[in-house]
Design a protein around this ligand. Structure first.
Ligand code: DAH
Length: 338
């Protein structure tokens, strides 16, 4: 056997012996990696006599392709084994008689969404729905984020490869705040609305998902102030968590679309989270420029807005610590809420 044939045979044996993905990738590095055997051989071709270079190079490349094919084959085989193992472990006997009709149930995020709607409706708020593909103007400009203002990059936005006839960019809305301006332009004061819905950001870990939910709140009239925000939001939290035994604080913060702005924090007075301050919502007095973009005169109209994460509220209500559980579709998790 030629040296190259030997090498392919060695790779075949090494890949075959790799019992798991990590070992296989290590073996791959040994043959195909930056300083792997084949790479070294290919490098050496350059030093060969020009007459030999072409044939030798081609021979090595053929060996390389053969080894790559073996690697793919083994990767697939290991993946199949892994899947088979899971299927065996999680097997259910489909021939068993049924245990009655399965009950359907609502997803915990949907339940939370409905609960929020119910509470705000009872306080006289309308509920509005808006587009998830939103213009850059509505998402940012109308909300007092000037072009190139760093606040635009505060949210890592998914942009959509489309522009309308006036050249506007579009994105997957990074927050529900554009609904403030959209709704206000279609209604006359008093404007009292919440807009729950899906939002999107380039973000993924135990507390962030690329798709998540927010609820925007807006109340605009001739004399709606921060004091009303405090009353409304505190009442909401008390009803949501079914207890008056919680503390609420408004911590100074910054948002381009509100002035002054505040982060709303809450703390339970009992239970496992007792005494820990938890950030629950952004909020503030709507900025005069935003009121103007709503088509209203900021000399005559004022009000408050807030934007809260629905998953965050659901996690606190149900004691869930990993946000990803909401989106894995695991029935063992979901059934607990049915
Ligand atoms: N849009 C903000 C965000 O996604 C949240 C927010 C803060 C909404 C303050 C508001 C507000 O309406 O007044 O982080």
């Amino acid at each position: 056997m030629s040296e190259l044939e030997d090498l392919v045979a060695n790779a075949r044996a090494a890949f075959q012996n790799a019992a798991d993905g990590a070992t296989l990738e290590n073996e791959k590095a040994r043959f195909l990696g930056k300083s792997g055997v084949l790479t070294e051989k290919l490098k050496a071709v350059g030093k060969l006599d020009p007459a030999l270079r072409k044939t030798e190079g081609a021979r090595i490349n053929r060996a390389k392709e053969a080894i790559e094919a073996l690697l793919h084959e083994r990767r697939q085989a290991l993946a199949d084994l892994h899947m088979q193992k899971r299927l065996d472990e999680e097997a259910i006997d489909v021939t068993l008689p049924g245990r009655g009709r399965a009950m359907t149930g609502l997803h915990p995020v949907t339940r939370t969404w409905h609960r929020i709607e119910e509470i705000f409706r009872s306080m006289g708020f309308d509920v509005a729905d808006g587009p998830e593909i939103e213009s850059d103007w509505m998402s940012f400009t109308a909300l007092n984020n000037p072009e190139n203002h760093p606040a635009r990059s505060m949210q890592d936005t998914f942009y959509v490869d489309y522009r309308d006839s006036s050249g506007l960019f579009y994105n997957l809305r990074p927050h529900t705040s554009p609904m403030q301006v959209r709704y206000a332009r279609m209604h006359t004061p008093p404007i009292k609305v919440i807009a729950p819905g899906r939002t999107y950001r380039v973000d993924s870990d135990a507390t962030h998902s690329p798709m998540f939910h927010q609820v925007e709140g807006l109340w605009i009239d001739e004399a709606i102030s921060f004091a009303d925000l405090k009353g409304v939001y505190t009442t909401f939290l008390q009803r949501f968590f079914e207890t008056e035994d919680l503390k609420v604080r408004f911590r100074p913060s910054f948002f381009p679309f509100t002035e002054p702005s505040a982060e709303i924090d809450m703390a339970f007075s009992s239970g496992p989270l007792k005494g820990r301050w938890l950030e629950i919502s952004g909020s503030g007095q709507v900025h005069p420029s935003v009121v103007r973009n709503m088509g209203l005169d900021p000399e005559s109209y004022m009000g408050f807005a807030f934007g809260s994460g629905i998953e965050r509220l659901a996690m606190l209500r149900y004691g869930i610590t990993d946000l990803r559980l909401f989106y894995e579709g695991d029935l063992r998790f979901l059934r607990q809420f049915a």
